[in-house]
Write a protein that binds this ligand. Structure first.
Ligand code: AMP
Length: 542
C-alpha cells in the first residue's frame, strides 16, 4: 500500500517562488563589477527571474540545454540561475580563473548554447569565442553599453532583455530528477570533469545545509557567501538563502579583506562562508581597520583544512564561531559540518577547540566510511585514529560524471573522495590529506596538513604549504614553503626549532623556503602540484 500524501516534485523553482511570496521584502544586496551597490529584494529577484525565463523561452532552446555563466556573486547572476534551472535548462557555472584552454574545453564539452558573463569578463569571452563550437547567444550581465556593441555586434545586454519582457511566467512542473546545474571539478590532474546536479539533489542539499547542526541559517540571518557562485554553486547557499528567506549579501568581485570587512560592517552580516585564504585576508584587514566584525556570529570554513590558529583568532578576537565543513564538487558540496553535540557543551575551551578542528560530522542524508584501500570496500574501525580512504554516499552525491555512462562509484555503491581521513564513533571526520599530497618518508606517512597547521600557528608566518620533496634516501621528505608576515625577521632555524617539540623528529621538515607568493587555484586553494614542480627536487640538488 502506498501512503496517501500529495506528491510535489522537489524543484528549484519552488524555492524562488517561496522566497518571492513569503520573503518578498527581504533584501538581496549586491556589489556590482564597477563596485557600486545594488539593493534589491527576493520579490524583485523572483520577478526578474521570470522575466529572464521569458527571454530564454524566446531563444527556442530545448529541455536540459546548457547555459553557461561566467560571473561573480551578484544579483543578476542570481536571477539568471533561477530562470535557467526553473525553466528546465542546466545552469553551468564556469570559473573565470581557469586557463583559456580549460575554459574552451569545458564550454565545448558541456555544449553550452548561451553564455552569460559579467562585463569584466568580456576580454576573456572574446578571446575564446572563435574556438567555441555550440554557443549561439552571448549575454552581458549589465546595462546596454554602446561601445561594447560596436565591437561585438551580436552581444545582448541582460538589463535590456529583461526590460522587454513581463514577469508572467509559469514555472514548468519538471521531473525532480531532471538536471538543474553543472559544475566542473578543478581538474588539477587531467581534464576537468562535469558534475551534473538534479533538482531533487539541490533541494535536499538546501534543507540539509540550513539545519541547526549544519550552517544553522534562518530568516533572521544576513548571509554573505564569499565563496564564488562558480565554486560548487557557492556551496549551495543561494538556494538555501531562498529556502529560508534570509538577507543575502553578494560581495561581487571584492574578495579582498578590506572590501569584505566593509561589507560585513555596513550590512551587519551574521554568517559568511569561504576558504581559509579568504579568511586570512579578512583577519588581517579587520585588524588593520580596527574592526571587531561585531555582527559576524559565525563563519564557515571549507575547501581546505582550517588552520587551528584561525579558529582561535576568530573566537578570541572577533567573538565568531567558526564552523569547519568538508565537501567537494562531487558532493554538492556539504559532506560534513562541525557543530557540537550536547556532550561537548561542558568541555573546556581548549577541549572544545580540539573538537572544532575536525571537519565535523555528516548531516542526515549522507553517510561516510573509511576503507583500507582506494576504491576498496573494506571498512576500518571508527576509532578516530585509523586512517584510510574517505568514501561517501547519499542524496546529493555523484553517481557518474557528465557525459560518461560508467559509474563513478565503488563496486558496492560508494564514492571514493581521494581524501585520507579518520572517523570517530560519532562520525567526526578528520582529513589528514589528499591522497596525492601525503608524504611518504622511509615507508612512513606524514600529513602535510598537520605540518602546515603548525606553521600557520607561528606568529611570524602568513601562509604555509608543506610538500613532498624527492629524497635520495627516504624517497620523500617534507619541505616547508612559507610566506613571512610583513616586516618580520624570521630564519629557517627558528621555524625548525619551533617544530621540534610539536612533532616527532622524523616529521620535522628538511628544509624551509621563504617565498613572496604561493600559487593559488581559481577557488583559492594552494596549488601544491605547482609547488612540487618548482621545489620538488631541492633535496636532490643539495
Ligand atoms: P573541490 O571539489 O575543488 O571543492 O575540492 C574538494 C577537496 O577539497 C576535497 O576532496 C578535500 O581534499 C578538500 N577539502 C574541502 N574541504 C576541506 C576541509 N575542510 N579540510 C580539508 N580539505 C578540504
Amino acid at each position: 500500500m502506498l501512503g496517501n500524501m500529495m506528491f510535489k516534485p522537489l524543484l528549484i523553482s519552488s524555492m524562488i517562488e517561496h522566497a518571492g511570496r513569503y520573503h518578498a521584502d527581504s533584501l538581496v544586496i549586491s556589489k556590482n563589477t564597477d563596485t557600486t551597490i545594488t539593493e534589491t529584494t527576493w520579490g524583485k529577484v523572483h520577478e526578474n527571474s521570470k522575466r529572464f525565463a521569458n527571454v530564454l523561452a524566446s531563444f527556442g532552446l530545448n529541455f536540459s540545454d546548457r547555459i553557461a555563466t561566467i560571473a561573480w556573486n551578484n544579483h543578476r547572476h542570481l536571477e539568471s540561475w533561477y530562470a535557467i534551472s526553473g525553466s528546465g535548462y542546466v545552469c553551468h557555472t564556469i570559473n573565470p580563473r581557469l586557463f583559456p584552454e580549460q575554459l574552451i574545453f569545458i564550454i565545448n564539452d558541456a555544449s553550452d548554447r548561451v553564455i552569460l558573463f559579467d562585463k569584466t569578463f568580456l576580454p576573456l569571452v572574446k578571446a575564446v569565442k572563435p574556438l567555441l563550437k555550440s554557443v549561439e547567444h552571448y549575454i552581458c550581465l549589465d546595462a546596454v553599453d554602446e561601445a561594447i556593441s560596436q565591437d561585438f555586434p551580436e552581444i545582448k545586454f541582460y538589463d535590456e532583455l529583461i526590460a522587454q519582457q513581463n514577469a508572467n511566467f509559469d514555472w514548468p512542473e519538471l521531473d525532480e530528477l531532471s538536471a538543474s546545474s553543472l559544475c566542473y571539478t578543478s581538474g588539477t590532474t587531467g581534464n576537468p570533469k562535469g558534475v551534473l546536479y538534479s533538482h531533487r539533489s539541490t533541494v535536499l542539499h538546501s534543507y540539509a545545509i540550513s539545519m541547526p547542526d549544519s550552517l544553522n541559517v534562518s530568516a533572521r540571518d544576513i548571509m554573505m557567501p564569499v565563496v564564488p557562485m562558480f565554486h560548487v554553486n557557492a556551496w549551495g547557499t543561494p538556494y538555501a538563502a531562498a529556502m529560508v528567506g534570509c538577507t543575502l549579501v553578494l560581495p561581487g568581485p571584492g574578495l579582498d579583506g578590506a572590501s569584505l570587512t566593509q561589507m560585513i560592517d555596513q550590512y551587519q552580516v551574521s554568517v559568511a562562508l569561504g576558504v581559509p585564504t579568504i579568511w586570512q585576508g579578512l583577519i588581517n584587514a579587520a585588524q588593520q581597520a580596527g574592526s571587531k566584525l561585531e555582527s559576524l556570529t559565525r563563519n564557515v570554513v571549507g575547501g581546505s583544512a582550517c588552520p587551528p590558529a584561525m579558529l582561535k583568532v576568530f573566537k578570541e578576537q572577533f567573538g565568531c564561531e567558526t564552523i569547519h565543513a568538508w565537501g567537494m564538487t562531487e558532493t554538492s558540496p556539504l559532506g560534513s559540518a562541525n557543530q557540537f553535540k550536547a556532550k561537548h557543551q561542558h568541555l573546556s575551551d581548549e577541549e572544545k577547540l580540539q573538537v572544532r578542528l575536525s571537519q565535523g560530522r555528516p548531516p542526515f542524508g549522507v553517510d561516510l566510511r573509511i576503507t583500507d584501500e582506494e576504491n576498496g570496500t573494506n571498512e576500518v574501525t571508527r576509532d578516530g585514529e585509523t586512517t584510510g580512504n574517505l568514501q561517501i554516499q547519499g542524496h546529493w552525491i555523484i553517481n557518474n560524471y557528465f557525459g560518461k555512462t560508467e559509474s563513478a562509484l565503488t563496486s558496492d555503491g560508494w564514492f571514493d573522495t581521494g581524501d585520507i581521513a579518520t572517523l570517530n564513533e560519532d562520525g567526526f571526520l578528520k582529513i589528514s590529506d589528499r591522497s596525492k599530497d601525503l608524504i611518504k618518508s622511509g615507508g612512513e606517512w606524514i600529513s602535510s596538513v598537520d605540518l602546515e597547521n603548525l606553521a600557520m600557528g607561528h606568529p611570524k608566518i602568513a601562509m604555509a604549504a608543506v610538500i613532498a620533496a624527492t629524497h635520495p634516501k627516504w624517497d620523500e621528505r617534507p619541505i616547508l614553503i612559507a610566506i613571512k608576515k610583513p616586516d618580520v625577521d624570521l630564519s629557517d632555524t627558528e621555524i625548525l626549532d619551533y617544530y621540534a617539540d610539536k612533532v616527532a623528529k622524523w616529521q620535522v621538515p628538511d628544509k624551509v623556503i621563504f617565498v613572496d607568493a604561493i600559487p593559488l587555484s581559481g577557488t583559492g586553494k594552494m596549488l601544491k602540484k605547482d609547488l612540487r614542480e618548482q621545489f620538488g627536487s631541492v633535496l636532490m640538488d643539495s
